[in-house]
Ligand binder design. Structure first.
Ligand SMILES: [Zn+2]
Length: 99
């Protein structure tokens, strides 16, 4: 569900102004870098309106900001889960090799 621009009511999207740099940094940092890159751009990235340009999060109504926070928490938990799964796979792999 796209958020609505608080100024003109048009749907806004995330501003990926750090796009190429993010991808480059992620490829260097690997999978965890990509996950954290996605998380941080989603958590701290600005919204972009086609008509009004950059929209600060503080301009959105409280219920939209609550939704953003909930989404951010869900994403954070998902990333923790993925990291946990990767760590488990590595640990169980190490145990299997050690045997
Ligand atoms: Zn707008």
């Amino acid at each position: 569900m796209p958020y609505q621009c608080p100024r003109c009511g048009e749907p806004v999207h995330r501003g990926y102004s750090a796009g190429p740099g993010l991808v480059e940094g992620a490829s260097r940092a690997g999978l965890l870098g990509i996950l954290f890159g996605i998380f941080f751009s989603a958590a701290f990235g600005d919204f972009q309106c086609k008509k009004c340009g950059k929209i600060a999060k503080s301009e959105f109504p409280p219920e939209a900001r609550t939704k953003m926070r909930t989404k951010m928490m869900a994403m954070f938990l998902l990333i923790l889960l993925v990291i946990g799964a990767i760590a488990l796979a590595i640990v169980s792999g190490v145990v299997a090799i050690g045997r």
